[in-house]
Ligand binder design. Sequence first.
Ligand SMILES: NC(=O)C1=CN([C@@H]2O[C@H](COP(=O)(O)OP(=O)(O)OC[C@H]3O[C@@H](n4cnc5c(N)ncnc54)[C@H](OP(=O)(O)O)[C@@H]3O)[C@@H](O)[C@H]2O)C=CC1
Ligand SMILES: [Mg+2]
Length: 324
Amino acid sequence: MSVYCGIACRRKSFWCYRLLSTYVTKTRYLFELKEDDDACKQAQQTGAFYLFHSLAPLLQTSAHRYLAPRHSLLELKGLLGKFGQDAQRIEDSVLIGCSEQHEAWFALDLGELERDWHFPVSCSRYKAQALLHWHHTHQFCSRSGQPTKKNMAGSKRVCPSNNIIYYPQVAPVVITLVSDGTRCLLVRQSSFPKGMYSALAGFCDIGESLEETVRREVAEEVGLEVESLQYSASQHWPFPNSSLMIACHATVKPGQTEIHVNLRELEAAAWFSHDEVATALRRKGPYTEQQNETFPFWLPPKLAIAHQLIKEWVEKQTRSSLPA
Ligand SMILES: NC(=O)C1=CN([C@@H]2O[C@H](COP(=O)(O)OP(=O)(O)OC[C@H]3O[C@@H](n4cnc5c(N)ncnc54)[C@H](OP(=O)(O)O)[C@@H]3O)[C@@H](O)[C@H]2O)C=CC1
Ligand SMILES: [Mg+2]
């Protein structure tokens, strides 16, 4: 769907109106709310608020489903009064999106945000929880030590004493499925649930390209050298502090498949065949009980990009083994 919108764009010093898609007008509207505190405050009047308590979303059950209730500004003020909280708390809310009709959506945490965040993962909550968490952990200027002030939308914080602007941080992480042509390499950390293996992951070091990170992490963790790299997809991952997972496939140099596990990083690493991985993809962990004194081999759930990467590899192997 496309609409004529009132947003003017400057091109060669002329103002012109363009045919903009719904997505573009929505994006431009959100941009305006992030840049303009008054516009954002105005948007709160007609917006919807989603509530959290120490990063756990407030949910209601309806027909055996959990739904996140929406509150108008008026309802929110009533709720805050009921819980003995000041209406000033609304200033802590952060902008998390808007509808196609430009109804702005906000998230507000009414708890103390003191606990570690261990909650069931859901894509729709990623942005709200990651942003609320970032604000909670970045309240002071690292130069002056003074408290920073968030803008209305919560897209940045500013130090009033020196005007340094702090934006929410995202740490790039590469996650690589290494293959030797017929098998793929999966690893586990001691912190993983029992029996679960995943693709090899690692944070980018400062100054590195993604290609360099993949090469270094594979060498560091399993002592192998990769020679080809193919980008697959990316995912925002909120643990521990908002990462951008960049998923890739890579292959090892021919004949160089002997794994040397770095035990400071990993508990185990091994090559797995197509059939073993295809079977594991169908299993649903976590397993709390051992079978024949070991835990079944299983893989991260569908929500994790590791699952998509591994599934992609299995499908590619299946296709290449079919007769032409
Ligand atoms: N969505 C998915 O499918 C998957 C997501 N992941 C995520 O990928 C991330 C990285 O994987 P992992 O193998 O642990 O990474 P690494 O192999 O890079 O090892 C983690 C260690 O790196 C150090 N480190 C370096 N930079 C950072 C940073 N910016 N933030 C935090 N720690 C840093 C820390 O060491 P120290 O504390 O000693 O300084 C940390 O313990 C994890 O957050 C994990 O949750 C992993 C697999 C699958
Ligand atoms: Mg790692």
